[in-house]
Ligand binder design. Structure first.
Ligand code: FAD
Length: 369
């Protein structure tokens, strides 16, 4: 059976949710469907509810959201109610750094850094609940889109290789189905966006595809450890802490930051963010703990935790953030094909990552009529 929506959004991360909520504020009767491969909202900002241990809930991707000093008015109108209601808390002053001499000090940043409470996934929930008519926003989770087709001026999406959904306007909030990395990840032979609109038929799509063809991403590997001894955990000063490694440590170990997250059963989850190519350590968790103990050698409370830390999982982020060839905002919407694009793969007036993702989504919601 095929269903029809005014708009279908591929992806329910921060961009997809920001787009859906902003568009719904403008056209509260328009039907929107978000098609998401994951089990819940959030994408790279999602929160893990462990299947291995039901007590563990923790953020294993985006740990905090940074906004520049001069954020746009539209973006401010989304985040200010969340700051007021303490769903977003300012942690700029709480972020620490450790240097190669084991000294810990406060990070110095020009940006404001926020954490979503209780977890990062709640940021997307909160954005969706700001919409005027949430009943018009529908979700399909665990639904992968590999094929999109343009037929009789409408879009048709094949979901999980069978179910068909149709729409007037299509929004792509993830670069995946337009980027060559999808060939390996989705095990397909050609780009779904290119298959849908052949070269020469739509200049916006041709330009967009040629730019992101060479877009590269930071690849990250996050090691997740847990400490079950609640006495050791309660002796540790922090229930939650984000700590960055100095440049010298980053260069030597590929460690970027480490996040300590107390759990409801008194245990602690520790997420170590590393760059993907870990020349020094590989996957050897004993070497990682030894290295952490070396770095924190004169910080007893940290050493107590690391001594008892056990590896829980490793999370591979093949595309954590784009590093080059960001797409210009002029290529966000094609009125020839009724297709729009948003996300952190856009360059939005100098801002990047989450801020660019949200700005591009708000702008796209204003371009479609
Ligand atoms: C470990 C890590 C650390 C980070 N640190 C920072 C930081 O400190 N500061 C910062 O600003 N940013 C950071 N980022 C980047 C930040 O998370 C992203 O910029 C932001 O989450 C982008 O949101 P998005 O909605 O554009 O994309 P995503 O979150 O990737 O959402 C896209 C969604 O689309 C879905 N999807 C894709 N293709 C399909 C398909 N074919 N069918 C169905 N669903 C599909 C995906 O499953 C995903 O849920 C970090 C990211 C990671 C992974």
């Amino acid at each position: 059976m095929s269903r029809f929506y005014d708009i279908i959004v591929v992806g329910a991360g921060i961009s997809g949710c920001t787009f859906a909520s902003s568009f719904n504020k403008r056209f509260s009767d328009a039907s929107i469907l978000l098609v998401e491969y994951g089990r819940r909202l959030g994408g790279r900002s999602t929160t893990r509810k462990s299947r291995k241990n039901k007590n563990f809930i923790f953020d294993h991707g985006l740990p905090a959201i940074s906004f520049s000093e001069n954020i746009s008015n539209d973006l401010f109108s989304i985040i200010s109610p969340l700051i007021k209601s303490k769903k977003l808390i300012d942690i700029t002053q709480d972020i620490l750094v450790i240097n190669e001499f084991g000294k810990i000090y406060h990070a110095d940043s020009n940006e404001k850094v926020y954490r979503s409470l209780p977890f990062m996934i709640n940021f997307c929930d909160a954005i969706i609940s700001q919409s005027s008519n949430p009943k018009k926003i529908n979700f399909l989770f665990q639904s992968l889109t590999k094929t999109i087709r343009r037929r009789n001026d409408l879009w048709e999406l094949k979901i999980n290789d069978k179910r068909l959904v149709n729409c007037k306007n299509l929004v792509i909030s993830s670069s995946l189905i337009a980027h060559p990395r999808c060939l390996g990840i989705l095990n397909i032979n050609s780009l779904p966006l290119r298959d849908a609109v052949k070269e020469g038929n739509d200049k916006t799509i041709d330009s967009l595809l040629s730019i992101i063809n060479k877009q590269e991403y930071i690849k990250r590997k996050n090691y997740i450890f847990y400490v079950s001894n609640s006495k050791t955990v309660s002796n540790f000063k922090y229930k939650y802490l984000q700590l960055y490694f100095s440049k010298a440590i980053r260069d030597d170990f590929n460690f970027e930051r480490i996040i300590f997250q107390g759990q409801s059963d008194g245990s602690m989850i520790i997420v170590l963010h590393c760059f993907y190519i870990n020349k020094f350590i590989g996957d050897n968790d004993n070497r990682i703990i030894e290295s952490l103990m070396m770095i924190f050698c004169n910080q007893n409370k940290f050493l107590d935790l690391f001594m008892q830390a056990k590896l829980f999982d490793i999370m591979y982020w093949r595309a954590s953030q784009p590093i080059n060839n960001l797409v210009s905002k002029e290529l966000q919407w094609s009125s020839i094909s009724n297709i729009g694009f948003c996300g952190d793969w856009f360059d939005f007036e100098g801002c990047s990552r989450v801020e660019a993702a949200m700005n591009s989504s708000i702008r796209l919601s204003q371009l479609i009529s």
